[in-house]
Design a protein around this ligand. Sequence first.
Ligand code: ADP
Length: 489
Amino acid sequence: MSDRRYTRNDLKSELPDAHFIDGARHKAVGRETFPTIDPSTEETLTQIARGRDADIDLAVTAADRAMKGEWRDMTPAERGRLMFRLADALEAEAERFALLETLDVGKPVKESLGDVRGVCATIRYNAGAADKMEGSTIPLGPGFVDFTVLEPVGVTAHIVPWNYPLGMVARSVAPAFAAGCATVVKPAEQSPLTALAFAELCHKVGFPPGVVNVVAGYGEEAGAALVAHPMVRGITFTGSVATGRKIYMNAAQGLKPAVLELGGKNPMIVLDDADLERAAFDAIDGAFGNSGQVCSSSSRFLLQHSIAEEFLDRLAQNAKKLGVGPGLDNLDLGPLVSKEQYDKVQSYLAAGRSSGARVRLGGGRPPALDRGYFIAPTIIDRVDAGNVLAREEIFGPVAVAQLFDTIDEAKALANGLGYGLVSGVYSRDISRALTLARDLEAGSVWINGWFIGGVQAPTGGIKESGIGRERGLPGIRNYLSIKNVGIRL
Ligand code: ADP
């Protein structure tokens, strides 16, 4: 992984600015555009096509045509081969995609490169599984044969957020391709560039027109129109709880299934027998990776009293070493994605300061950076359970610590919110950790590690953190419908 600095000139291609529909670039039907901003400089990178109902209708209609044409007749193994070609092509262009991502959302280039590699792995996993999704035979007894056929659900809608713009596109479209669906993607308005470039790449490697369509635009305009479109048969959304609720209600009108991966306020519970060096090391990526803009970040540290000071000291020592700067400078933390997000995090920090909590490190803009949406790595302790910092998803580089004495208190704190995405436990006693894990209300439990998993491991939330699972084979089943065929002999 290269730590070198980059400049804008390292991007040896133009910035995409048009929708990609039916195998071609399209200006917006209404000729409208919206700006996409470089959060490291606050400058406008380019104007992008702004989609509304008419653009969505073109894209969904193209996808529906694709579902009835060449795509439908390809064997699953052929689809898989096409996907392997796509992964190879993306790998060959990893730097271009990484630079586009960095310009659009500000993350250090080395992180963007890591994300692109993750996307290649995602595509390859799903490519390999394309011809392994099997139905079953059902024992109705003599006189009958009954079996199931797994069929693509049809045109699927993919509404993605801005924290991993390309990663989130791939996480949902790759399993949809494996299942044989045709897709319409609505990238976040903050980060449309890599999704648009990705659609072009799919076309270049031979995906039939209409299988991958990307319509850029705002959520209330393009996103809502996509969810409501009558030809859309399935919806996958990753984003905030509030938007997830709106999308679910919109989907319900059309009785469409929706997979929703929403927010989290994920507790990392550190018990008194934990390996503190390990925990404080993992906590750096857990709390500050991607500047804390991660649904599964370790956004609450629940610390057993006797080890709390030592853990926080170690965490602060590690956090002080992190470099903050423009994504192209390729340090450890880039800016937050937008002014809106920056203002939101600043208002949480102000609320924290006035609540009596202690800011142990950071607490605002790094003094050396006078433009860009930067927030320094921040550690806040003495936060009580009622504090907004302990209850709401901040989505910035802010580690929040709460203390407990007994395991029951830890459980009550961990489970006491509406969220249920990830909970983590650090303890050298695996029985103790697993006993606690059983009682944690979360879609994933991580023990003695953070961000454990990969494309093979299903992820998703319970409670207000979402519905359904992505990744792994369950991720592909989201896009398959079961047809039962019964035969009387
Ligand atoms: P945030 O609030 O963090 O910006 P959101 O959860 O609102 O994130 O956005 C995630 C994605 O959902 C984006 O692509 C956004 O445009 C889209 N979106 C927002 N509102 C709606 C909506 N009402 N219907 C469909 N998509 C939406």
